[in-house]
Design a protein around this ligand. Structure first.
Ligand code: HEC
Length: 139
């Protein structure tokens, strides 16, 4: 009986240690920082600006696409439903699908070089870290 209790304690300690180790890995996965619900770190803000310049005319002002009057898909959904590789491959090569035509961006160096930053912005939107609002650049 005593030994069993010890084993259970050991097992829970191991589980706790495991989650403590795996949590930061998940956090590291997020490449954005949002402060006061409206300030984006400089890189993610750059991603927002690129999004606004090149993507917003079809994917709506802040990424919600046809759920916010745009022609393209809701990219807040896409970052959850498709892999990052698939996302970037669509950005690079375009896609003619059910909704309409997504242009290829491989000839646009600005978009291609900083596509990770656009993705970070959309992740922040998708996670609800930043709302359907015009973000500001953190000082
Ligand atoms: C001319 C309009 C237009 C512009 C500009 C545009 N897109 Fe699209 N995009 C679309 C359409 C329409 C679709 C949906 C294609 C389909 O029917 O599946 C789409 C789909 C996508 C998808 C695939 C979504 C999914 O869930 O499969 C990604 C990723 C994407 N766009 C990213 C971007 C990014 C990033 C930019 C800016 C660099 C951008 N798009 C600019 C029209 C556009």
């Amino acid at each position: 009986m005593k030994l069993n209790k010890k084993l259970i304690l050991l097992a829970s300690a191991a589980t706790l240690a495991f989650s403590a180790v795996s949590l930061p890995t998940y956090a590291d996965d997020k490449s954005y920082t949002v402060t006061d619900e409206k300030y984006l770190d400089a890189d993610t803000y750059k991603g927002f600006k690129l999004f606004r310049n090149w993507c917003a005319r079809c994917h709506a002002k802040y990424g919600m696409g046809n759920d916010d009057g745009g022609l393209g898909s809701n990219l807040l959904e896409s970052v959850k439903t498709i892999s990052k590789e698939e996302f970037f491959s669509t950005v690079e090569n375009g896609k003619a699908g059910q909704i309409g035509s997504m242009p290829a961006w491989k000839a646009n160096a600005k978009v291609m070089e900083d596509r990770e930053l656009i993705y970070s912005y959309l992740q922040a939107r998708s996670d609800g870290a930043i709302g359907n609002i015009k973000p500001k650049k953190a000082k």
